[in-house]
Design a protein around this ligand. Structure first.
Ligand code: ATP
Length: 246
């Protein structure tokens, strides 16, 4: 659960982020985001397609430093696990080897069986990425990020392109990671999945993006059912017409 009142794990002020187009002109992606994550908090960034969600996430994770503003503390001083849409597994390494490779040297020889079992991967540990479905590969990518015992887990559209069953399964594992106390920052354009998982959703405007509103979801994750999610979604859609298709 979130640790209200405590100092944030990480906070970012992004005054501006401008990409350079091939013709040399600037394209402003972000024009004013202030975002703080508390320890143990699950925050979802929701916004329309192309608004600047991934850009914001990459800045918070310390993967992009070319912006106006600051992130405190420096992301390099935190342990941050990242799982991208594309699982980015080494095809010539087994599932277990892919997970082991990200560990710092001192922990490289640790027994990974408990982690692999926790993420339902025991039967797949010796398989190669090419033998896995996209849902399983994303789960390996999530387990790999969690192997770092991160302060912050960063997820970019983890459920996109999965069928409903695979997406629901992966959502359970993301909830499992969050229930263990890891802070999570997840980007999505899917309002329902944000409402199923997050303690707080941050609504973003179309590009160049800024924060439109933050919505706290007090009901514990385990108590959220279909009707509750649908009622919250309808209420949000009424206030944010751009999200209606989500
Ligand atoms: N490296 C880059 N160079 C130039 N433009 C970029 C770059 N990365 C992103 N953009 C542009 O910046 C804008 C914001 O991109 P970003 O990926 O952050 O949006 P998003 O909200 O995550 O998009 P989506 O909903 O499609 O995942 C988009 O118009 C995108 O085309």
């Amino acid at each position: 659960m979130s640790d209200a009142g405590a100092s944030p794990l990480i906070e970012a002020v992004i005054r501006a982020k401008t990409y350079r187009r091939p013709d040399g002109t600037g394209m402003e992606a972000v024009c004013g985001i202030t975002l703080a994550l508390r320890r143990g908090e699950f925050v979802c960034l929701i916004g329309p397609s192309g608004c600047g969600k991934t850009t914001t996430l990459r800045i918070l994770a310390g993967l992009d430093r070319a912006f106006e503003g600051e992130v405190k503390p420096d992301p390099a001083t935190l342990s941050i696990g990242v799982a991208f849409q594309e699982p980015r597994l080494l095809p010539w390494r087994t599932v277990e080897e892919n997970i082991r490779l990200v560990l710092p040297k001192a922990r490289r020889a640790m027994d990974l069986a408990p982690l692999i079992a926790r993420f339902g991967l025991s039967a797949h540990a010796a398989r190669y990425p090419g033998e896995l479905s996209l849902g399983l590969a994303r789960r390996v990518s999530l387990a790999r990020a969690m192997a770092l015992e991160p302060d912050l887990l960063v997820l970019d559209e983890p459920f996109v392109s999965l069928d409903a069953q695979a997406a629901a399964e992966l959502r359970r594992y993301v909830a499992l990671a969050a229930d263990g106390g890891t802070s999570v920052l997840m980007v999505t354009h899917n309002v329902r999945e944000a409402l199923e998982l997050a303690d707080r959703v941050v609504m973003l405007a179309p590009r160049p993006t800024h924060v439109v509103e933050e919505v706290c979801l007090a009901l514990p994750r385990a108590m959220r059912d279909g009707p509750w999610i649908e009622a919250e979604r309808a209420a949000l859609a009424a206030r944010f017409p751009l999200l209606r298709e989500g």
